[in-house]
Design a protein around this ligand. Structure first.
Ligand SMILES: [Zn+2]
Length: 282
């Protein structure tokens, strides 16, 4: 067998280099076939099957924290597939559209719902609120497809400075190191205030979740026998909002944290533009 020519070898090497340089999204799962691991839940009052692709879900769940603060329950239409829509459902909706029995539907395999970056809003009030508040989180009608559908909104990557996903649970957002910024900062500040009330030292209340906050949160969780995840969940929020012990429960557990925070550049001044509602109010 003849050896490949130098030109052919150079071509093969170039092809390999080009493949290696392609972004991971080039190999993303096909439209409507996203694996569960690439999806995350978004809140709906009556159903638990609304999901979006991870980044758009994180942005949506963050935006919803601001909606909650404004007293607006923000969610999709009460139908399966109003957010992420798998290929089978895209095909069914396209058939209904072709038969003249449904709304205009994208060609199956080309829907932004199938990419997990679109959601159909439930009410015009939600749309008006989103027009005022959605852009900084990457959600706006301005860059959505389907201009004739007021309810259809799309997420655009690259606008929001990506943060941990606060999750679909109302009143008990998941906060982790890196949480902060629009809509999340007021909740981080609340967490920090509660940690301080429970005796933490070295934690600011500026609304940015840094290493000191994480250490204090772990110490708080362990002091109560909870798993020391360093992230808030329902049980942690319940414990945080319970009355603080008179003795300042975790003060000794996180001694020295102030130095670590200073070494990491300290806390920033995350925005606290919208105050979180009381969990009891949700
Ligand atoms: Zn839609």
């Amino acid at each position: 067998m003849p050896r490949p020519s130098a030109a052919l070898r150079a071509l093969l090497i170039t092809a390999l280099l080009v493949l290696a340089a392609l972004p991971a999204t080039t190999f993303a799962a096909p439209n409507g076939r996203l694996p569960a691991a690439q999806l995350a839940a978004v809140w709906h009052p009556d159903r638990d099957d609304h999901t979006l692709a991870q980044e758009s879900a994180a942005a949506w769940n963050t935006l919803r924290l601001c909606a909650d603060a404004d007293g607006l329950p923000l969610h999709g239409v009460d139908k399966p597939g109003s957010a992420y829509r798998d290929l089978d459902r895209q095909r069914r909706l396209f058939e209904l559209f072709r038969e003249g029995r449904g709304n205009p539907a994208a060609t199956p395999g080309r829907s932004n719902h199938g990419a997990g970056v679109a959601i159909d809003l439930d009410t015009r009030r939600m749309r008006a609120w989103l027009d005022d508040n959605g852009r900084p989180l990457g959600w706006a009608k301005a860059w959505s497809d389907a201009p004739g559908e007021w309810w259809h909104i799309r997420y655009r990557a690259g606008i929001w400075d990506r943060r941990p996903d606060p999750g679909a649970r109302r009143g008990a957002p998941r906060l982790a190191e890196g949480s902060g910024g629009p809509c999340q900062a007021p909740w981080v500040a609340r967490l920090q205030e509660r940690l301080l009330a429970h005796g933490a030292t070295g934690v600011g209340a500026q609304g940015r979740f840094g290493p000191a906050t994480e250490r204090s949160l772990r110490a708080f969780q362990r002091s109560l026998g909870l798993p020391g995840t360093g992230e808030t969940d329902g049980a942690t929020w319940s414990a945080l909002t319970a009355a603080a012990p008179a003795g300042g429960g975790i003060a000794s557990a996180d001694a020295g944290v102030a130095h670590a925070e200073a070494g990491a550049g300290g806390l920033d001044r995350g925005t606290t533009a919208c105050a979180p509602p009381s969990p009891d109010a949700l």
